[in-house]
Design a protein around this ligand. Structure first.
Ligand SMILES: Nc1ncnc2c1ncn2[C@@H]1O[C@H](COP(=O)(O)OP(=O)(O)OP(=O)(O)O)[C@@H](O)[C@H]1O
Ligand SMILES: [Mg+2]
Length: 436
C-alpha cells in the first residue's frame, strides 16, 4: 500500500473516530441535561402547587382549591394533574387518564407524586405529570442539526485528509518517480529539489548520487573506449608483425631450403615436403593475421569484410548466407571496426547456439545512421541468459560507446534478430581515415 493511501486511511479513521465519539456523546449529554432541567422544573412546580393549594386543602374549600390550581392548569408543559384525599378520592384533576401511576421519567412524561402534609397528618396527595413532548421535539431537532453539522464536518475533514495526504506525499511521489527514472538509466534526469525539509534533502542526495553515477559511467565508458581502441591498435600491430615478419621469415626459410635442395639432390624430396609444410604454416599465419585484424576491412571496406565473414561461415558450417548492403558506406575506422566486431560476435553466436540453417546480414545506411541486422532462423534465445556471457554484452557495449544502440528480437522458436544502430560520424576528408 502506498504511503499516501496509508496516511489517508489512518487520518480518515481518526477523523471518523472523533466524529463518532462526538455523535454519540454530545446528544446523550444534551438529553441528560435537559432531563435534569425538566425534573427540576417538575419538582419545583409540584412544590409550588402543593404550597399554593395547602390552605384550600386545610380548609377543605373546593372553590379555593380549583382557583389555586388554575396556574398549574394553564402551564402548557403540565400533562396531567391529580389531587386525591388520603382515602384515594379525587379532589381535583386535569387529564387524569394520562397518569401512568409511576414516578420519575418515562418516554413521554416526567411524573412527581408528592404528599401534602400538615404536621404529621396527610392532607392530600398531589400527582403532576410534565409532558416531555416539547423536550423530545427539541432533542430530535438538536440531533438532526448535530447530525447534519457532523456529516458536513466529517466530509470536510475527509476532503482535508485527502488534500493533506496529497500535499504531503506529492513531493515524495515526485522524488520516487525521479529516482525511478534515474534507476532506469536516465542519468541526466534530476529530481525536483529546492525544498529545505527532509524531502528536499532526499532529493538533493538523489541528484548528487545521479551526478556521481553519471560521472563514473562516463569515465568507465571512456576507459572502455580507450581499451577497445588500444586493443584494436594492438591487434593491428600483432597482425602486421605476424604477417610481415613471420611470413617473410618463413618465405625466406623456404627459399633457403629450395637452394639447399638444388645443391644436395638426395635431400630434394624431404626438403620439398618441409617446404610444403612451410606453405601450410604461411597460410595459417595469414589466417591468424586476418582474424586478428582483417586487412580486407582496411583495404576493401566493410562490405567486403562482411562478405568474407559470411563466406567463411558458409564454407565451414554449410549455413546458407545472404548479405544485403544498401550503399557502400563511407564510414570512419572506428565505426567500421565496430560493425565488423558486432557481426563477428553475432555470427559466432549463430554458429554456437542457434542451430540455424540460414543467416541474413544487412547493412543499411541512411539519415546519418548505419543499421546492421543479423538474423537467423534458429531456435531463438533462451528465456534467461547466463550472467557470465559476455558476447551480447560486448555487442551492446561497442554500439553504445559510439552513441548507438542494440535491439534483440527473439520470439521463441522463430530465430534471432540483432539490430545494431550506429550514428555515422560526418567525415572530414582531411583528417578522417576512411575505411576505403
Ligand atoms: N543467435 C542465437 N540463437 C540462439 N541463442 C542465442 C543466439 N545468440 C545468443 N544466444 C543465447 O544467448 C546467450 C548469450 O550469448 P553471448 O554471446 O552473450 O554469450 P555466449 O555466446 O554464451 O558466450 P561468449 O561470452 O563466449 O560470447 C548464449 O549463451 C545463447 O544461449
Ligand atoms: Mg557469444
Amino acid at each position: 500500500m502506498s504511503f499516501r493511501a496509508r496516511l489517508t486511511l489512518t487520518m480518515g479513521a481518526l477523523v471518523l473516530l472523533i466524529a463518532a465519539a462526538l455523535f454519540l456523546y454530545l446528544p446523550r449529554k444534551l438529553e441528560r441535561e435537559a432531563i435534569a432541567l425538566i425534573s427540576h422544573k417538575a419538582e419545583t412546580l409540584a412544590q409550588l402547587t402543593a404550597f399554593t393549594i395547602h390552605p384550600s386543602l386545610y380548609f377543605e374549600d373546593r372553590a379555593a382549591l380549583e382557583e389555586a390550581l388554575s396556574g398549574a392548569r394553564r402551564d402548557k408543559d403540565v400533562a396531567y394533574l391529580i389531587v386525591t384525599d388520603p382515602a384515594g378520592k379525587t379532589l381535583a384533576s386535569m387529564h387524569p387518564e394520562r397518569a401512568t401511576g409511576g414516578r420519575g421519567v418515562s418516554r413521554e412524561l416526567y411524573e412527581v407524586v408528592m404528599p401534602i402534609r400538615d404536621g404529621n397528618r396527610e392532607l392530600a396527595r398531589l400527582q403532576i405529570g410534565i409532558s416531555l413532548a416539547r423536550l423530545n421535539r427539541e432533542i430530535a431537532r438538536a440531533r438532526l442539526t448535530m447530525a447534519l453539522l457532523g456529516a458536513f464536518i466529517l466530509a470536510a475533514a475527509l476532503v482535508a485528509v485527502v488534500l493533506i495526504g496529497n500535499l504531503l506525499t506529492r513531493p515524495l511521489t515526485e522524488v520516487a518517480a525521479g529516482a525511478r527514472r534515474i534507476a532506469e538509466g536516465e542519468l541526466t534526469h534530476r529530481v525536483p529539489a529546492g525544498r529545505t525539509d527532509e524531502i528536499g534533502q532526499l532529493a538533493a542526495s538523489f541528484n548528487d548520487m545521479a551526478a556521481k553515477i553519471a560521472e563514473r559511467d562516463a569515465s568507465l565508458r571512456q576507459l572502455s573506449r580507450r581499451l577497445l581502441s588500444v586493443q584494436e591498435q594492438e591487434r593491428v600491430r600483432i597482425a602486421r608483425e605476424v604477417h610481415d615478419e613471420l611470413g617473410q621469415a618463413l618465405t625466406a626459410m623456404k627459399i633457403d631450403l629450395q637452394q639447399l635442395g638444388k645443391r644436395r639432390r638426395e635431400l630434394q624430396e624431404p626438403l620439398g615436403a618441409i617446404a610444403h609444410n612451410i606453405d601450410g604454416i604461411v597460410d595459417l599465419v595469414r589466417r591468424i593475421a586476418a582474424d586478428l585484424r582483417p586487412s580486407i576491412l582496411d583495404d576493401l571496406g566493410i562490405t567486403a569484410a562482411l562478405e568474407q565473414q559470411l563466406r567463411r561461415l558458409r564454407e565451414s558450417t554449410g549455413i546458407a548466407t545472404t548479405l544485403t548492403v544498401s550503399v557502400e558506406p563511407q564510414i570512419d575506422m572506428l565505426t567500421g571496426v565496430t560493425l565488423y566486431r558486432i557481426a563477428q560476435e553475432a555470427l559466432a553466436n549463430v554458429v554456437r547456439h542457434a542451430e540455424a540453417t540460414a543467416v541474413e546480414v544487412s547493412l543499411v545506411v541512411n539519415e546519418g545512421r548505419a543499421v546492421l541486422t543479423i538474423r537467423d532462423d534458429g531456435r531463438g534465445m533462451p528465456q534467461s541468459i547466463d550472467a557470465a556471457s559476455l558476447g551480447l554484452l560486448g555487442i551492446r557495449e561497442r554500439a553504445e560507446l559510439l552513441g548507438g544502440s542494440v535491439a534483440i528480437d527473439s520470439p521463441p522458436g522463430e530465430g534471432t534478430m540483432i539490430i545494431a544502430t550506429l550514428p555515422l560520424i560526418p567525415m572530414d576528408p582531411d583528417h578522417a581515415h576512411p575505411l576505403r
